[in-house]
Write a protein that binds this ligand. Sequence first.
Ligand code: SF4
Ligand code: SF4
Length: 276
Amino acid sequence: MKIAVLSGKGGTGKTLVSVNLAAVSGAADYIDCDVEEPNGHLFFKPQKLFAESVKLKIPVVDYAVCTGCRECVEFCKFNALAYIKKLIIFDKVCHSCGGCVRLCKYKALREQDKIIGNIEVGKADNVTVYTGILNVGEASGVPIIRRLLSLADDCCDTFIDCPPGSACAVMESIKDADYCALVAEPTVFGLHNLQMVIELVKLFEKPHGVILNKCAGSPNPSEQYCIDNNIAVLGKINYDNELGAINSNGEIAVNAREKYKTLFLSLLNTIKEAQK
Ligand code: SF4
Ligand code: SF4
């Protein structure tokens, strides 16, 4: 079963939830798709198995051959090409479709590999940890996420720690998930971000439920929204200084205290029941 854990913004407890669900589930794959700032590995401290770089194909021009016809500029729908005295390639916005290279009848363009980031795979007890790292300054982590998700096998439960927000990188992260667990804070801002991801998972027709984090009694706008809109609440994690301290120290809560093991086991069972 592939469980994507997401939230509309950073800092809601997405990594806390996905790391602890993976750790409590026995054998599991944990995939850190938050490639701009991956931090799940800080909890697992995995023994490295292998690493690889992620490359894109970017066009390069041979100015000795280019006639300046500008057909490639007209063709590129991503505005990655411009002609200002000579052909200019904006590799940061190039989507590596390869179209311009095939289009140029003068064979003035060819493709060249460009490294945009890395993947590291390691093992921590029974959890295989997949970490994607996008190089600073690169525009999109989607190719890294695509590669990360292709590496995980189907032999055990997979926990996908999604990037924050609801843009392309999140869509790529959830597209093959069997279930989406949405982590929400008990504030007006938390509700606003929760609504964004609910819209997204509905668009993808994914079964989903909400984990209410940092609960501190009433009012809880996110909980009230779930009740009013008939959205499954998978469980609550109370505002808890001890849990915060364990998490801040880079420890895995389910390994540190029996009470957190019970909490996350219950959450995992609820998710599995909800997915049936
Ligand atoms: S299509 Fe080929 S020849 Fe024409 S501007 Fe582009 S690279 Fe140059
Ligand atoms: S490879 Fe595709 S996206 Fe990149 S410059 Fe060529 S046409 Fe544009």
